[in-house]
Design a protein around this ligand. Sequence first.
Ligand SMILES: NC(=O)c1ccc[n+]([C@@H]2O[C@H](COP(=O)([O-])OP(=O)(O)OC[C@H]3O[C@@H](n4cnc5c(N)ncnc54)[C@H](OP(=O)(O)O)[C@@H]3O)[C@@H](O)[C@H]2O)c1
Length: 287
Amino acid sequence: MIGRLAVIGVGLIGGSLARALRVAGQVGEVVGCGRSAANLEAAQRLGVVDRFSHDPAEAVRDADMVFIAVPLGAMRDIFAAIKGNLSGEAVVTDGGSVKGSVVADAAAAFGQVPTRFVPGHPIAGTERTGVEASFPELYRNRRVILTPLAETDPEAIQGVTGMWEACGAEVSCMEVHHHDEVLAATSHLPHMLAFGLVDALARLRGNDEIFRYAAGGFRDFTRIASSDAVMWRDICIANREALGSVLAGFGTEMADLADSIRRGDGDHLLEIFRRAKAARDRYVDGV
Ligand SMILES: NC(=O)c1ccc[n+]([C@@H]2O[C@H](COP(=O)([O-])OP(=O)(O)OC[C@H]3O[C@@H](n4cnc5c(N)ncnc54)[C@H](OP(=O)(O)O)[C@@H]3O)[C@@H](O)[C@H]2O)c1
């Protein structure tokens, strides 16, 4: 049970955590923090937070748990703002989609990564943003990856693990850079494909017709291109090394596919499609 939870960034990810903990009866008071009054007033009206402040230093005062769920580009300023204002027992964690940059931001702001800071990433989300998009079931049966460092306090890891489990999530631990490589391939690359595809089609002449006749498959594949632009700009910049390398490798695969199509090499096409179908049937639908 968390006595007082401070949520910095009461959007889809932060708001859903607060809602889930409330439904589970695992939190006393929730204090929200953000820039826009409209979003925080909505959070209070919806019962997601009990009160709010625009000042991170004020919001974390006497909090037992601090959850930071702002875009990656804002993390360092938030760490700098809460430094010196946390209670000695407070545990700090975050929901940022890239972990190397968040750990570097914490080290830069605090001088060294605090032992009671547990970097984390819920593998759950939608393409919508803001507190109105949040809902208590977001994390149910979803994975949360924690990337603690060697010096991270085991009691803090246990506290954050318990918090996510109370939301119905399954928690596992991973090394920081390994997390960023895995997520570059499984989440960041697919988002680049969706953004790139929709943008390329939107700039074609006669695009009205293309979108008018788009069928269910196109709709499914491109849903994530409606995701927040600022959030994805920050993810790309924060994970540029791993994402750049996975994109380059993917470009080679696409060139090979295009070459097979041009050559009319049906056997090679069948080989690619069958291998892809077997992998998806086994790993995605089989999960
Ligand atoms: N969406 C996903 O699918 C997903 C999944 C896993 C992890 N994440 C990560 O979770 C984090 C939050 O994403 P989200 O989807 O919850 O976005 P969101 O719905 O836009 O929420 C972000 C919140 O942060 C606040 N904020 C933005 N800049 C701020 C700043 N400088 N200082 C204080 N508050 C600020 C915003 O409110 P104001 O504009 O009012 O300040 C907003 O309510 C990101 O780091 C993202 O990488 C997202």
